[in-house]
Design a protein around this ligand. Structure first.
Ligand code: NAP
Length: 488
């Protein structure tokens, strides 16, 4: 079935960090795809901004190469149209130079949707917003997107929010968590709220526990400098994993309106059982990868990779999270995330309870409890594990069978990158898939005590061999409760 595309009203998108890695790998290819689908009005412009002294033509060459590196089968006509709408300006935020050229470029276009995308180090969010304010570049139809990380603890996140909030109103601020733009994450909402069959089962009476895994096979690569000051808890758990948890656990929102959804997510964050010292000790595991094998080749350990032999930064986190409300009391949410793990896999597993009573003879075989598996990567899709009768004669023998819907196979459509959806939601002014200030601060409020107890703790993160599923303590964390991590 053809996908319906509506053209957007003209806009000016100003990308700070236009020469950076995110622009190269994600933003430019995402924008090109929207061009290909005819969604960009002739009068829409992309204005790339960064420090270096480049001509617009040099930048367009670079942008062309960026898109070609990510997109196979380029369409020459679309590419030509795409490049024509791109321009480049040199602004040095730290030295506060070059703003006049941006002012000049935007002049006379005050009635057109204006979107600033801050794809730069978080330390520049404040200075950029202040300068945007001072140069009177904020119109009623202006929005700003800020990338993660928003702060490195509750206090710094509050400071970032204050600075950005002093120039932009909350309805103009788009805090991006690209996990929320993934097809399967959207489908989680469709699954829960567009079908009647799940809601009656979606609670502690029928669900035994939930697992959320976000596993990478890569090490820190080029992000070593940033990563060593952040670690997996700040980089992944505070935002992506907690957001996924919220979408699984939230009450049905009144509508898909941004604040309805965000109000419900906020309630979940507020209902998380606080991590006191005892809970941090019992219910969290932090690890750090050691040398091993990944994708068939030998790889260095974290300490060698970052060149910092004393680093205590965690590259793996597992945690048991409890939610104190009627729906989820007594249902643990187990989360784990890490680098250099056995495979690249992101999934949510809803583990239903065992049957209250089996009517089948022992010869029928073991009856496994149902599982709903929502896969975010590598192959986005949804799988339901059911028990059925083994076909053919031979009596009643039961077998576990997946009802499997891999989206790429089911719909034969290109897998749309989260950034394509999110950039355009931002330009349209739809905040449903973006985090509100109070959500970000509530997430930090839960994370801060973990950071604090870990930093007081003299114990180093537990080592794990690259290419495995993390430290054995992570397996012990879940097995202690008589459960196991899901394996296909
Ligand atoms: P990056 O590759 O280091 O790029 C930084 C950009 O900022 C460059 O375009 C740089 O260009 C520009 N810049 C640096 N100092 C500047 C200054 N004083 N004035 C103006 N421009 C300046 O970073 P990135 O990986 O693209 O990440 C950008 C943001 O996205 C960060 O907040 C990061 O945490 C977030 N993020 C990135 C990824 C990813 O996969 N890369 C994923 C999630 C979130 P010049 O050197 O030419 O000035």
């Amino acid at each position: 079935m053809p996908v319906r595309m509506t053209q957007l009203a003209p806009f000016d998108l100003i990308v700070f960090g236009g020469t950076g890695d995110l622009a190269h790998r994600k933003l430019l290819p995402a924008l090109y795809y929207r061009e290909l689908d005819g969604q960009l009005h002739d009068d829409s412009r992309i204005i790339a901004v960064s420090r270096r002294d480049l001509s617009a033509e040099n930048y367009r060459d670079w942008a062309h190469k960026s898109v070609a590196a990510q997109v196979s089968n380029l369409c020459n006509m679309s590419m030509e149209r795409f490049l024509k709408r791109i321009t480049y300006l040199s602004v040095n935020v730290e030295e506060n130079t070059g703003w006049e050229s941006l002012e000049e470029t935007l002049k006379g276009r005050e009635n057109i949707d204006r979107a600033f995308y801050l794809s730069v180090a978080p330390s520049l969010f404040g200075p950029i917003c202040s300068a945007i304010g001072e140069h009177n570049l904020v119109t009623d139809e202006t929005r700003v997107t800020i990338e993660k990380p928003i702060g490195r603890d509750g206090e710094s996140a509050h400071a970032v929010n204050e600075t950005v909030g002093s120039v932009f109103k909350e309805h103009q601020i788009f805090r991006i968590d690209h996990y929320l733009g993934k097809e399967t994450v959207q489908n989680l909402m469709a699954l829960r709220f567009a079908n009647v069959m799940f809601e009656p089962l979606w609670n502690s009476a029928h669900i035994d526990h939930v697992q959320i895994t976000v596993a990478e096979t890569l090490g820190v690569e080029k992000r070593a400098g940033y990563y060593d000051t952040a670690g997996a808890l700040r980089d992944m758990v505070q935002n992506h994993l907690l957001q996924l948890l919220c979408l699984v656990a939230m009450e049905p929102p009144e509508s898909m309106a941004a604040d309805s959804v965000r109000d419900e997510k906020l309630k979940v964050l507020k209902a998380l059982v606080p991590m006191d010292e005892e809970r941090v000790r019992r219910n969290t595991v932090r690890g750090q990868y050691r040398p091993g094998a990944s994708a068939g080749g030998a790889v260095q350990g974290y300490l060698e990779e970052v060149g910092s032999p004393d680093s205590q930064t965690e590259t793996f986190v597992a945690a048991k999270v409890e939610i104190a409300n009627w729906r989820w009391a007594g249902v643990p949410f187990y989360m784990r995330t890490g680098k250099r793990l056995a495979s690249r896999l992101s999934e949510i597993v809803i583990q239903f309870k065992d049957l209250p009573h089996s009517i089948f003879l022992e010869e029928a075989g073991t009856i496994s409890a149902n599982q709903l598996i929502i896969r975010l990567q590598p192959d986005e899709g949804v799988k339901m594990q059911l028990m059925i009768k083994d076909p053919g004669p031979g009596g009643m023998r039961l077998r576990k069978v997946p009802l499997d819907m891999t989206f790429a196979e089911a719909f034969k459509v290109r897998n749309v990158d989260a950034y394509e959806r999110l950039i355009f939601d931002m330009i349209r002014g739809n905040q449903t898939l973006f985090m509100r200030r109070d959500e970000v601060e509530a997430a930090w409020k839960w994370i801060d005590p973990i950071l604090e107890h870990w930093s007081n703790d003299k114990e180093a993160p537990k080592g794990y061999t690259s290419g495995t599923w993390g430290p054995s303590a992570s397996i012990a964390l879940i097995e202690r409760d008589g459960r196991t991590w899901h394996e296909d």
